[in-house]
Design a protein around this ligand. Structure first.
Ligand SMILES: *[C@@H]1O[C@H](CO)[C@@H](O)[C@H](O)[C@H]1NC(C)=O
Ligand SMILES: *[C@@H]1O[C@H](CO)[C@@H](O)[C@H](O)[C@H]1NC(C)=O
Ligand SMILES: *[C@@H]1O[C@H](CO)[C@@H](O)[C@H](O)[C@H]1NC(C)=O
Ligand SMILES: *[C@@H]1O[C@H](CO)[C@@H](O)[C@H](O)[C@H]1NC(C)=O
Ligand SMILES: *[C@@H]1O[C@H](CO)[C@@H](O)[C@H](O)[C@H]1NC(C)=O
Ligand SMILES: *[C@@H]1O[C@H](CO)[C@@H](O)[C@H](O)[C@H]1NC(C)=O
Ligand SMILES: *[C@@H]1O[C@H](CO)[C@@H](O)[C@H](O)[C@H]1NC(C)=O
Ligand SMILES: *[C@@H]1O[C@H](CO)[C@@H](O)[C@H](O)[C@H]1NC(C)=O
Ligand SMILES: *[C@@H]1O[C@H](CO)[C@@H](O)[C@H](O)[C@H]1NC(C)=O
Ligand SMILES: *[C@@H]1O[C@H](CO)[C@@H](O)[C@H](O)[C@H]1NC(C)=O
Length: 330
């Protein structure tokens, strides 16, 4: 009985730490390359040989590292020494709001169990590795506010489970949408503030589950697709501002039954302010400023019971109205 008990203890002492030792070594190797590592000073074998006890690290009940969350912790470094191979059980990696720079290595695709990847608000550059498109469990991908260049890799559209997709505030350009797959789970799509230069990307019309679409602050041209409202019936937020869309506001917009914010400011839209906008009954915010709409000031505003903010400035009408009970700054 006794020798068996000792053997059992040894088994626990030796076997269980093996994986966590590999994981601990991987994390320490990365920590050594970080310039200001104050926020991860608990990452030390002197503190604990079990990385599950280190700050920002969460483990599964079986002792594997499953989450690393170091949002806004002043971490300054690169991914050069980040050993993606040694953290196979990671489901969440949140390193947003830090000072990470350099590129994302293509080996990030070794994180095959990853569901949440947030590297937003850093100083990362280079291209977005197409290999991210093979992390098939991803639900949430945020790479916004970095300095990524080149196209949006079409391989990212292979992420069939992804619901939240934010690549905004980068320098992305020159994307070939013809190679994209339909992303049918997508509900939030942010591509604003990039250098996208094309007509309206028609593939977006097939992302039927979208409730939030922001492609503002790009160089998009041509008409707003007539079928937008029919194809994206769940849309609640639409921002096409600061592009070069022209022609009229599609009459089909009257079937936007859930739309609460319609931001079309600073484009080249013409053809008057259509009275059908009065049928978007949930509309809370309407911005059409800085277009060439012209025509008479429509009389539908009384129909829009939820309307809090409207801006038609610079449309040959010079008119702004705020709901005096509940006003909004935008
Ligand atoms: C060890 O890690 C724990 C958990 O993060 C932390 O609370 C503690 O301050 C650390 N101790 C030292 C000496 O770093
Ligand atoms: C980041 O942390 C600092 C304090 O360390 C705080 O002042 C700042 O508001 C935080 N920023 C964000 C975006 O959370
Ligand atoms: C981040 O580290 C680099 C050196 O790797 C240094 O040049 C840069 O100034 C650091 N940034 C900040 C904000 O401390
Ligand atoms: C963690 O990863 C290892 C190696 O890939 C695998 O054998 C194990 O089943 C995984 N455990 C969990 C809880 O996902
Ligand atoms: C992200 O970028 C947008 C657009 O440039 C900017 O308005 C916003 O302040 C940025 N956010 C952060 C947290 O840096
Ligand atoms: C896209 O951006 C890359 C990197 O900044 C640049 O080399 C390339 O010329 C750009 N392409 C177009 C069509 O603007
Ligand atoms: C559609 O998006 C919602 C979130 O807005 C999500 O809960 C739902 O699962 C999505 N539907 C599909 C079919 O992916
Ligand atoms: C959407 O459009 C407005 C113009 O009304 C712009 O100021 C705003 O920053 C845009 N994007 C986001 C993410 O709010
Ligand atoms: C706006 O559209 C008109 C044609 O309707 C065109 O002549 C003009 O160049 C466009 N303006 C801009 C800034 O694209
Ligand atoms: C309106 O558009 C012009 C150029 O198209 C731009 O210079 C100006 O800043 C815009 N005004 C507003 C309020 O966005």
């Amino acid at each position: 009985m006794k020798p068996f008990y000792i053997l059992l203890c040894l088994f626990h002492l030796v076997i269980i730490p093996v994986e966590s030792e590999t994981e601990a070594q991987a994390l320490l190797k990365w920590k050594e390359s970080i310039v200001h590592a104050n926020s991860i000073s608990s990452w030390s074998l002197a503190n604990s040989s079990d990385p599950c006890k280190w700050s920002g690290v969460t483990c599964s009940p079986t002792g594997y590292v499953v989450q690393i969350e170091l949002h806004n912790t002043s971490i300054n470094g690169t991914f050069e020494n980040f050993d993606f191979f040694s953290l196979p059980n990671l489901t969440k990696l949140d390193l947003s709001n830090n000072l990470l720079h350099g590129t994302i290595p293509s080996t990030i695709s070794m994180l095959t169990n990853l569901k949440f990847l947030n590297l937003g608000c850093n100083k990362l550059d280079g291209i977005i590795p197409p290999e991210i498109g093979s992390i098939s469990e991803l639900l949430d991908l945020r790479l916004n506010n970095n300095s990524f260049t080149g196209p949006i890799p079409f391989q990212l559209s292979w992420l069939q489970k992804v619901q939240y997709f934010d690549l905004s505030a980068n320098h992305l350009n020159n994307t070939d949408y013809s190679q994209f797959s339909v992303m049918s789970s997508l509900s939030h799509l942010s591509l604003h503030h990039n250098k996208l230069r094309s007509p309206f990307p028609f593939i977006i019309l097939q992302f039927a589950n979208l409730s939030y679409l922001d492609i503002s602050e790009n160089h998009l041209t041509g008409p707003i697709p007539y079928s937008l409202a029919q194809n994206l019936p769940y849309l609640e937020y639409l921002n096409l501002s600061y592009n070069n869309f022209d022609r009229e506001i599609p009459a089909s917009f009257k079937s936007f039954s859930r739309l609460r914010e319609l931001r079309l400011g600073s484009n080249n839209l013409t053809g008057g302010i259509p009275s059908i906008l009065g049928s978007i009954s949930r509309l809370r915010l309407l911005e059409l400023f800085n277009n060439s709409l012209g025509g008479p000031l429509p009389s539908f505003f009384g129909q829009l019971k939820m309307l809090e903010h409207i801006n038609l400035e610079g449309d040959g009408l010079n008119f702004e109205l705020e709901n005096s009970f509940q006003s909004e700054s935008m």
